[in-house]
Design a binder for this molecule. Sequence first.
Ligand SMILES: *Cc1c(COP(=O)(O)O)cnc(C)c1O
Length: 389
Amino acid sequence: MHVYADNAATTPLSETAFQAMLPYLRQCCGNPSSTHAPGREAARALREARERIAACLGAEPEEIVFTSGGSESDNQAILTAARLGAAAGKRHVISTAVEHHAVLRPLERLAREGYDVTLLPVPEDGIVRTEDVRAAIRRDTVFVSVMHANNEIGTVQPIGEIGAVCREAGVLFHTDAVQTAGHLPICTDELSVDLLSLSAHKFHGPKGIGALYVRRGVSPASLIEGGGQEGGRRAGTENIAAIVGMAAALEESCRRREKDAAHTAALRDRLIAGLSGIPGAVLNGDPVRRLPGNVSFCFSGIEGEALLWQLDRCGVYASVGSACTSAAYAPSHVLLALGRSPDLARGALRLTISAETTEEEIGYIVDVVRRSVAYLRECTGAASERSDE
Ligand SMILES: *Cc1c(COP(=O)(O)O)cnc(C)c1O
């Protein structure tokens, strides 16, 4: 059996998105900046995709900037907000200890450039407290960046509440919604966000395409200088096929969201219940306020990397935490921020399921994880006995 349980790392392209892309990979070859007929045809496709994506987010088409994905959107959001602050003489920024590296690394750069960066701690349940955000805001605070849902432990943050606090304080608010777009309802006005990042390959669209929502009145800084595409906010010829695929995937995900979320969350809870029965298993993150497809555990006394290897051999494809860090053997910054010891954090396993996952697969995963954990503990037990001799 083969079970893909790494949907937080990436999702397979949907048939709908694939079919929508085909004409733009073949016949429709124009550059949307050209004024001839093929160019106008490409420009029309671009305009329609922008309208459809904006509609899914409760936004205006002009508020959508296409980027190469979640990482670029996060970088552009942080840089935009920082520049606007510096222009007003403000240099304090607020974020959290559990953000994705696409937010944390640009924040580190701002710190090197003389910005004062406050990273809020997160309690053991993985939920950022709105009161902590309120208390951290100062007169010189430029922006707050809090992710909508965490990619490792799946916890969903009270973005609407935090947005209201930022709005009241007159501080810009960015959210990395890469894990939630297409999976949870998103309305930019209800969330009171000024900047919001999304990435198509996390909701069954193609890889290498994303968007940054930029509220009207906020002027975004361009990371890439060149032509005047995207209203001067992002240079480079638009990837029309990918953009059209992203629009189709987002619409389909939003249309199916409620039904898919109910099915996925029910399977998630069965998986959590099954894995909780393994000795030394600790669930990471709030059991309820989490993404419908996210299951994250630490198993004491084992290495997550070794567990992944065992699962891979049995056809279960999972992750230790984020795909971006699993090459580095250091324990996850997210799990350490929750207060897990480095030893326990090294025994992490993230399983992210989708609406395609079946009950039979859940049973198989539980069985394979249980056997693999027991096997690895036996191996380390035997090894430490040998070293005792
Ligand atoms: C995947 C992910 C990103 C990066 O998106 P890419 O499109 O792969 O660059 C950023 N933030 C979060 C929360 C993610 O899950």
